[in-house]
Design a protein. Structure first.
Ligand SMILES: Nc1nc2c(ncn2[C@@H]2O[C@H](COP(=O)(O)OP(=O)(O)O)[C@@H](O)[C@H]2O)c(=O)[nH]1
Ligand SMILES: [Mg+2]
Ligand SMILES: [Zn+2]
Length: 307
């Protein structure tokens, strides 16, 4: 029987099938291709399950090929990764101006991960019901100035106090699997609870002391929208692992650079200081935002240092 993994506790998986949700476990080892993973099965995976003989339980016998996935570096095992979710149609990155402040570097790393699978991404700036200092509002303007022109919608919301959130978002979510992502404490669970009241995800006050947010969601979990479609709540993420991206490939995942690629003088150009580099030329002319270029360089050198 075919189904989709909607929840994982590490050893048990809830699999949604045509005949309801079934608890299943894994038997034996699963062969994973090149990736070194801490979790063989992720939320969003399509799997085949079988009833165990003489028992009321089921086992996952096979996993269908993943269309895409979002991954992060394992916090416990070096060189291992953890798949947050798979088979995603679109991603909503929830960011906040303060408590916690989401950095541009974090946003760009996320967008590189989604671009590598051409997953459309939207940036939701949450907690807009709060009153902000000028400095924070300038940051909001910077976010809009950087991301809107290159095709990422930037929407201001209040997951806590916003009116008509359901009416506004359901049309965007219908029939799709949407990943909710962002740092701990930005309001992912609050947003989800507004859209899927029966989700009842725990939300947590941010510790005022660290302003970093405490982990409340430990595993990604998928929730069905009454109207069709799924929302995936993920645990707060500190950093996205960008994996298996070759140096030459990285610029392909910066949408605004993509159009110029192939026009540099050297075809192995890394766009750092090479003569005849079109990316540097466009940066100079103002067609590429300097902050985005900074992120590009940071990711490039960080990845190099891991090799
Ligand atoms: N002022 C305000 N607080 C919010 C908003 N959304 C979430 N919060 C608060 O931020 C904290 C963290 O929210 P939570 O949903 O647990 O964040 P998560 O870690 O991303 O799931 C909680 O105290 C929420 O009440 C919002 O739109 N405005
Ligand atoms: Mg949460
Ligand atoms: Zn170049």
């Amino acid at each position: 029987m075919k189904g989709r993994v909607i929840k994982s506790t590490g050893s048990w998986y809830s699999v949604q099938t045509d005949t309801g949700n079934i608890q299943a476990r894994l038997r034996g080892k699963f062969k994973q291709d090149e990736l070194k993973l801490t979790n063989p099965i992720a939320v969003g995976d399509f799997v085949l399950i079988e009833k165990e003989e003489n028992q009321s339980t089921s086992v996952i016998t096979d996993i269908l090929p993943r269309e895409n996935y979002i991954i992060r570096k394992s916090t416990r095992k070096t060189h291992f990764s953890h798949i947050l979710a798979s088979n995603i149609d679109q991603a909503f990155l929830i960011v906040t101006l303060r408590n916690p402040r989401t950095s541009l570097g974090f946003i760009d790393r996320f967008l590189v991960s989604t671009e590598s699978f051409r997953i459309p991404a939207t940036i939701l700036v949450n907690k807009m019901d709060e009153s902000y200092k000028e400095k924070d509002l300038e940051y909001l303007e910077t976010i809009k100035e950087i991301y809107e022109p290159i095709g990422y919608p930037v929407l201001e919301i209040s997951a806590l106090k916003g009116e008509n959130l359901k009416e506004k978002f359901l049309p965007l979510l219908q029939g799709k699997t949407t990943l909710l992502s962002g740092h701990s404490g930005v309001g992912k669970s609050t947003f989800l609870n507004k859209l899927v009241p029966q989700a009842q995800q725990a939300t947590k006050e941010i510790s005022k002391f660290s302003a970093k947010g405490v982990h409340t969601t430990t595993f990604a979990e998928m929730f069905e929208l009454g109207e069709g479609g799924f929302l995936i709540d993920t645990p707060g993420i500190k950093e996205f692992g960008i994996l298996d991206i070759e140096e030459q490939e990285l610029s392909h995942y910066f949408v605004e650079m993509r159009q110029y690629l192939g026009q540099c003088k050297y075809n192995n150009c890394k766009h750092i200081n090479e003569p005849g580099c079109i990316v540097l030329e466009k940066l100079e002319e103002g067609y590429i935002h300097p902050y985005r270029y900074d992120s590009y360089v940071n990711i490039l050198f960080e990845e190099e240092s891991h090799k």
